[in-house]
Design a protein around this ligand. Structure first.
Ligand SMILES: [Zn+2]
Length: 95
């Protein structure tokens, strides 16, 4: 878990600004302050924010944009497709 670059209190909410380590741009997310304090105290993001998407929870854990994160960890289907096309291109071992 990375600390936010800055934060702003908005009543019972808190606006957190992270710096995405992939693209170095700001990533802003607004969450419930009480929940954020539970997270800081060591609760798992998925237990604190079951209603958020895994991408939004990823922001709170690593500060990374959802899109940047997906770029770094493409889903398995894409990896398998890449391997298939590579094998086809090589033409196997029929020398
Ligand atoms: Zn990014």
């Amino acid at each position: 878990m990375v600390p936010p670059k800055s934060y702003k209190e908005l009543g019972d909410k808190i606006e957190l600004t992270y710096q995405c380590f992939m693209c170095n741009k700001d990533n802003v997310i607004v969450v419930d302050k009480v929940k954020y304090n539970r997270f800081l105290a060591g609760a798992f993001a998925q237990n604190v924010w079951p209603e958020l998407s895994s991408g939004d929870r990823e922001v709170l854990i690593s500060g990374t944009h959802n899109e940047c994160w997906n770029e770094m960890w493409p889903d398995e289907d894409e990896i398998i497709n890449d391997l298939d096309s590579e094998i086809d291109g090589e033409g196997g071992y029929t020398a």
